[in-house]
Design a protein around this ligand. Structure first.
Ligand SMILES: Cc1cc2nc3c(=O)[nH]c(=O)nc-3n(C[C@H](O)[C@H](O)[C@H](O)COP(=O)(O)OP(=O)(O)OC[C@H]3O[C@@H](n4cnc5c(N)ncnc54)[C@H](O)[C@@H]3O)c2cc1C
Length: 258
């Protein structure tokens, strides 16, 4: 099975995000990390590939930077990576991202595309389904369990009330929930091998997109303003001198919850 796994490089969530005062966009440092959501997609891809001697190719649309995030996923065991790095892509919305990723995946060929249900930074949660629509293949979303059957994929799709069993023939697109599998930790050998694994870098033009079809210009929306969320007011500590409940009831009435 030829498995394409979409992986996002994001600023390390442990460090506070910086927004550019000019573009209102997240400032992307040179060292970005693998979006934690995508570790699950990589692991599902590796397990399915191990079942039938398949291959796992990573696809990422982001500034290359130090490629730290990509090497993390290669160290887990993916075979190679395709990164679409082009300054014209800055400011791309989710739909443009999906179009660019779909074009790069179609160029290589695929049987299964895997992505996270939603990223950690933008979390629009629409890219996997958009890729499926653009590639004109079925999408199996919110998978909490994945099984490859003869020429098809069967999932337990997480729902509010539990799960549904959904199946579709390959080729298809799959989005996985965090927790679908236990992602492996890269071994020292894996980390060393990742340094030599092929990473192909493409531009938007290589994929047939002109500059005005991507980035800010190609986006269906523009950020008009960004404002800092006001700090939350400190709560009230109710000392219970035996009648503390009266103050609680008064606060609940004030908040119109009783
Ligand atoms: C704070 C913030 C807010 C944003 N708000 C919006 C918005 O309201 N509308 C909008 O259209 N765009 C928005 N964007 C831009 C959007 O985040 C990017 O276009 C992004 O690349 C795709 O969207 P997502 O991460 O929200 O995708 P999601 O659909 O949440 O991502 C799901 C999965 O798709 C794959 N994926 C997503 N992006 C990439 C990528 N670049 N490379 C490889 N795989 C990827 C990953 O597997 C990921 O787990 C925002 C970005 C930020 C940082």
């Amino acid at each position: 099975m030829r498995i394409a796994v979409c992986v996002k490089q994001i600023p390390d969530p442990a460090t506070p995000y910086e927004l550019s005062p000019d573009t209102h966009r997240v400032v992307r440092p040179n060292d970005q990390v693998l979006d934690d959501t995508d570790r699950f997609g990589v692991e599902v891809g590796l397990q399915l590939a191990e079942e039938d001697d398949g291959s796992v190719t990573l696809y990422s649309m982001s500034p290359s930077g130090s490629l730290q995030g990509i090497r993390q996923a290669l160290a887990m065991g993916a075979d190679k990576a395709v990164i679409i790095d082009d300054p014209n892509l800055a400011g791309s919305d989710a739909l443009t991202t999906a179009r660019v990723l779909a074009a790069s995946i179609e160029r290589e060929g695929f049987d299964l595309v895997i992505a996270g249900t939603e990223s950690t930074d933008g979390y629009t949660g629409v890219v996997p389904q958009q890729i499926a629509e653009i590639l004109d293949v079925p999408s199996l979303t919110f998978a909490r369990k994945v099984e490859a059957t003869d020429g098809a994929i069967r999932i337990e799709q997480q729902t509010a009330g539990g799960y549904d069993v959904v199946e579709a023939p390959l080729p298809a697109v799959l989005s996985v929930t965090s927790g679908v599998v236990e992602p492996r930790y890269p071994t020292f050998k894996g980390i060393m091998q990742a340094k030599k694994k092929p990473i192909e870098t493409l531009t938007a033009e290589d994929l047939g997109f002109s500059a005005d079809q991507v980035g800010d210009t190609g986006a269906g929306q523009a950020i008009s303003s960004v404002s800092v969320i006001p700090a939350r007011e400190a709560g009230e500590i109710v000392e219970d001198d035996g009648e503390g409940y009266l103050r609680i009831v008064a606060l609940l009435e004030q908040a119109k919850v009783i």
